[in-house]
Design a protein around this ligand. Structure first.
Ligand code: SAM
Ligand code: DTB
Ligand code: SF4
Length: 337
């Protein structure tokens, strides 16, 4: 069978749909690997330069001691990890890190806090961070947990470009991973963020013991949001000692080819979104990352560290980009196609 014989008709344009049915998404996952990758890359090329990658830098602006019980996370106070807690960072330290990120070629600075939600007393400092990073000429992104509509509007006014808030997995599997908040809580925050006019960054984690149907469910939910997320981070679980998911002995690493399929399906469902190859890159081979880029991933986090866990690092990224002929996008080129 050649690709023109696929049972799901291949799109002629990078058409945006928000009526994906779970069975349709599962059918994409089930395609022969070459057909899936071909379809994903064809759609990718309709909107994006296939050899350009958007690069973001992460900074943890408040570390550990989080009240939530996310079973993957090093920062939950309920997990016995040996992470050192840190209070909300000073604005000067954040601006220094952002300047450094800009010098190393990053176009977006993403500030993450280990909170269920930000408190009113923290808002002023957060807003100063946003306006300060923006003034450096970088795109700004924050991930602070749940937001009220009022908080989302204030962040937007201060110059925030993106808000990251992941759905993490399917609605059906969510309760297996987190119990201190609901899927609907996550969707409500996304609504506040959308209504404030902020760009949405929302994706999930794979390799947490979920089924292929759960991965399909996560991607269908993201694609069917009233507006598709502008960025879609696909994280591969980083197992952190002391977290319930690390303690789960039966949990095997997700098959790398299944990870590539997840990236490819994300690209097909969300043809105009930046699909970010996020956590877990540090332990991925060059070949696996290359397959992800060939399947439509076009964004990464750079630097030695994500929030609390190691990342691939600049030298190895530079070497991989050179081998693959990939280039980091400059800030002004990062617009939706
Ligand atoms: N506390 C906020 C929240 O949960 O929305 C923001 C920070 S939280 C660390 C941001 C995201 O990082 C999570 O939603 C999850 O998708 C991802 N993440 C956290 N720990 C991870 C891990 N061990 N492996 C992969 N992704 C992880
Ligand atoms: C996202 O989806 N991945 C990033 C970012 N959004 C904030 C975070 C990954 C965190 C990985 C675990 C850690 O370093 O603590
Ligand atoms: Fe807290 Fe976010 Fe980690 Fe959950 S993922 S424990 S909310 S920092």
């Amino acid at each position: 069978m050649c690709s023109s014989d696929l049972s799901i008709p291949m799109s002629e344009t990078a058409e945006l749909r928000n009526d994906w049915k779970l069975e349709e998404v599962e059918t994409l996952f089930d395609l022969p690997f070459n057909d899936l990758i071909f379809q994903a890359q064809t759609i990718h090329r309709m909107t994006f330069d296939p050899n350009k990658v958007q690069v973001s830098t992460l900074m943890s602006i408040k570390t550990g001691g989080c009240s939530e019980d996310c079973s993957y996370c090093s920062q939950s106070a309920r997990n016995s990890t040996d992470l050192e807690r840190e209070k909300l960072a000073e604005v000067s330290a954040v601006l220094e890190a952002a300047r450094e990120a800009k010098r190393s070629g990053s176009s977006r600075f993403c500030m993450g806090a280990a909170w269920r939600n930000p408190k009113s007393k923290d808002m002023e400092r957060l807003l100063t961070m946003v306006s300060g990073v923006k003034a450096l000429g970088m795109e700004t992104c924050m991930t602070l947990g749940m937001l009220t509509d009022h908080q989302a509007q204030k962040l937007k006014k201060a110059g925030l470009d993106y808000y990251n808030h992941n759905l993490d997995t399917s609605e059906a599997y969510y309760g297996e991973v987190v119990t201190t908040r609901t899927y609907q809580d996550r969707l409500d925050t996304l609504e506040h963020v959308r209504d404030a006019g902020l760009n949405i960054c929302s994706g999930g984690i794979v390799g947490m013991g979920e089924s292929r149907q759960d991965r399909a469910g996560l991607l269908a939910t993201l694609a069917n949001l009233p507006k598709q997320p502008d960025s879609v981070p696909i994280n591969r679980l980083v197992k952190v000692a002391g977290t319930p998911l690390d303690d789960m002995e039966s949990l095997e690493e997700l098959d790398p080819l299944e990870f590539v399929r997840t990236i490819a399906v994300a690209r097909i469902l969300m043809p105009k979104s930046w699909v970010r190859l996020s956590a877990g890159r540090e332990s991925m081979s060059e070949e696996l990352q290359a397959l992800c880029f060939a399947s439509g991933a076009n964004s990464i986090f750079s630097g030695e560290q994500l929030l609390t866990t190691p990342n691939a690092g600049e030298e190895s990224d530079a070497s991989l980009f050179a081998k693959l002929g990939l280039e980091a996008l400059a800030g002004e080129e990062v617009v939706l196609g």
